[in-house]
Design a binder for this molecule. Structure first.
Ligand code: NAG
Ligand code: NAG
Ligand code: CA
Length: 330
């Protein structure tokens, strides 16, 4: 799979449409202005004809949409007013998280949304719980203490169907589809998050090293998201805080060639409730995560014991053979 993409930001900004291959299918992409947010944020937060609407403590400046300032107990969001009816799309988010707090003395993070609901305050990074649709979280604070193998900030994706709760105390582990760590705070260079949804496959990538290179974060087939949902971004601070800034959100329509059969299948199987195929297996994989350390330890231990055993046997056999040989000489 061609998951390692390299392109320059200039190329990204200048080119409105481009072609590339995905699983041998040609794709074309077009920037959709009505679903995109970029400088100079004309009318955002002041005009009701703007495509985007602010909520809570979110504020627009010339350089960014600040979802929360670096102050305690704030929450803010920005939501698209226009539902998105595209089948295949790609959202590129240019964001910045920065603040005075030392490592792990900052919080709580931001979220990018594609949901049925919009403009509803709540505990999930400033959005309502039991949301319906997709949330991609940049979680900057480890709430669960026994994260040994997990380094924060952590990027995590979740699909909700209206009755699945985000477990804040466990950093959303019980419902996660996967994710990756991402050192995104107080960077000198630009940081980007990339969410692609093509033929029911969800791909999340990040570009945070200033190398203009996308790094894989999550890639999962069988993610069912209905059309007509809203894009948004939100953030929250608690006792700990950060500036959570969105510089741009650019939505690209992807035109993917489909076979007649594929088209028919999708027409018959219209998605009305978000869901993920084989969620039980994904969850099983996650609960095994803690075990894998122990499993690796024992595997290594037993292999070492095995090796030593073989060496000992080898030595014994060799000394016997040597003795026999010497006996033959005398
Ligand atoms: C939402 O998902 C949960 C867990 O998979 C399931 O038990 C519930 O029935 C689903 N609700 C709807 C409305 O599909
Ligand atoms: C979310 O859904 C769960 C399970 O259906 C329910 O127990 C909980 O009260 C809901 N929370 C909110 C805020 O609606
Ligand atoms: Ca957290």
């Amino acid at each position: 799979m061609p998951l390692k993409f390299r392109w320059t930001i200039a190329f990204l900004v200048v080119t409105l449409s481009r072609c590339f291959a995905d699983d041998d299918h040609e794709m074309e992409e077009f920037l959709k202005r009505e679903h995109s947010l970029s400088k100079p944020y004309q009318g955002v937060g002041s005009s009701s004809s703007s495509h985007w609407e602010l909520m809570g403590d979110a504020m627009v400046t010339t350089d960014q949409v600040r979802l929360t300032p670096d102050m305690q107990s704030r929450q803010g969001a920005i939501w698209s007013r226009i539902p998105c009816h595209l089948t295949d799309w790609e959202m590129q988010v240019h964001f910045k998280i920065h603040g005075q707090g030392k490592k792990n003395l900052n919080g709580d993070g931001l979220a990018i949304w594609y949901t049925k609901e919009r403009m509803q305050k709540g505990p999930v990074f400033g959005n309502k719980d039991n949301f319906t649709g997709l949330g991609v979280f940049v979680d900057t604070y480890p709430n669960e203490e026994k994260h040994i193998e997990r380094i924060f900030p952590f990027v995590l994706a979740m699909v909700g169907n209206g009755s699945i709760s985000y477990d804040h105390e466990r950093d959303g582990r019980p419902t996660e589809l996967g994710g990756c760590n991402a050192m995104v705070r107080n960077l000198k260079h630009d940081s980007f998050l990339f969410i692609r949804y093509v033929r029911r496959r969800l791909t999340v990538m990040i570009d945070i090293d200033g190398q203009h290179e996308w790094r894989d974060c999550l890639d999962l087939p069988g993610v069912r998201l209905p059309q007509g949902y809203y894009f948004g971004a939100s953030a929250i601070t608690g006792d700990l805080s950060d500036n959570h800034d969105i510089i741009s959100m650019k939505l690209y329509q992807l035109t993917v060639l489909r076979s007649k059969k594929e088209e028919e299948e999708e027409e018959e199987d219209v998605i009305t409730i978000p869901s993920v195929d084989n969620m039980e297996l994904i969850r099983l994989g996650q609960s095994d995560e803690g075990m894998s350390g122990i499993a690796i330890f024992f595997t290594v231990l037993f292999s070492m014991v095995g090796c030593i055993f073989l060496i000992v046997i080898g030595l014994v056999v060799y000394s016997h053979w040597n003795e026999n040989r010497r006996k033959r000489f005398y």
